[in-house]
Write a protein that binds this ligand. Structure first.
Ligand code: GDP
Length: 296
């Protein structure tokens, strides 16, 4: 995950600022104009950019910057802090139910990486000493059940499936019941993807939601699709109360627009970042680390 373009451009802007002993308002304005362009080029949502620049400007023309012997560095620090805020501030943790199992429902478009993520998250939870159960609720994509079973087999996590003739609502309900009986503390429900937001499938996931009352609803979005990922998140969130977003394919995303916009647009925190096809390529999303990476 390397937002090369954005990092290079920001480094140029800040390089110029750092060299100055004193910063005039014009210097700050010029720098902010360049930061604004850099963010827009990185495919960050237009309104998000506008608000971000306004916040940074407000702080950067303040007394502290003027008093400092190294005003450029103070501005960089302000941008750094605002980037962290933009991505949610602190790290958003996965829900944990007081009454196990913690039920996690996966949502997202087809191909976003939902099934892969289900396996990855199970492995992560397992490595933390948990006992997850996977539920194969995507009965429409022909290979989805098998794919989940193979993933489960690789990491030695059981997969509950009732084939593709039973309704996903029943599959999910029965799976959660079984998890309770067998003492699993996490249940991860894979659901059918959509090519685009599709009413029938959306209705189905709402029914699954009502049946199992998940503690966590994770929307899986492909970071490489930039603003499209943000729009998808917004639409899903309007229909299904999401508790978190997972960005996938961050390894192939060179711009960073989704990572920088999705929290601000939806209010929903990014909880994980997936950075490759391998089962262990999943990390908790840390806004501070991401901001540092962006600044280079
Ligand atoms: P689903 O339809 O949402 O269940 O999507 P899948 O889990 O089947 O993933 C679709 C494709 O994306 C597969 O080829 C995955 O290997 C790939 N994929 C998933 N996550 C990542 C990721 O973080 N990075 C990369 N490069 N590929 C990924």
């Amino acid at each position: 995950m390397a937002f090369e373009g954005l990092t290079t451009r920001l480094q140029n802007v800040f390089g110029k600022l750092r060299g100055k002993g004193k910063l005039s308002e014009d210097d700050v304005n010029e720098a902010m104009r360049e930061v604004r362009l850099a963010l827009l080029e990185a495919d960050v949502n237009f309104k998000v950019v506008k608000d971000f620049i306004a916040k940074v400007k407000e702080k950067a023309v303040g007394a502290e910057v003027q008093k400092s012997f190294t005003p450029g560095m103070v501005v960089v620090d302000i941008v750094h802090k605002e980037l962290i805020e933009l991505m949610g501030g602190t790290q958003a943790k996965l829900a944990k139910s007081n009454k196990p199992p913690t039920v996690i429902l996966m949502a997202g478009l087809q191909g976003a990486g939902k099934t892969t993520l289900t396996g990855k998250l199970a492995k992560l939870l397992q490595s933390q000493g948990h006992k997850p159960l996977l539920i194969a609720g995507d009965i429409y994509r022909p290979a989805a059940i098998k794919q989940l079973e193979v993933l489960g087999g690789q990491i030695d996590v059981p997969v509950f499936s009732l084939g593709d003739k039973v309704s996903p609502v029943d599959i999910a309900g029965q799976g959660v019941q079984l998890a309770k009986e067998q003492g699993h503390d996490y249940v991860l429900i894979d659901t059918a993807g959509r090519l685009q937001i599709d009413e029938a499938l959306m209705e189905e996931i709402k029914q699954i939601h009502a049946a199992v009352k998940p503690d966590e609803v994770l929307l899986v979005v492909d970071a490489m699709t930039g603003q499209e990922a943000v729009n998808v998140a917004k639409s899903f969130h309007e229909q299904l109360e999401l508790t978190g977003v997972v960005l996938t394919k961050l390894d192939g995303d060179t711009r960073g627009g989704a990572a920088l916009s999705v929290k601000a647009v939806t209010g929903c925190p990014i909880k994980f970042a997936s950075t490759g096809e391998k089962i262990d390529q999943l990390e908790a999303f840390h806004p501070d680390r991401m901001a540092s990476r962006i600044l280079g």
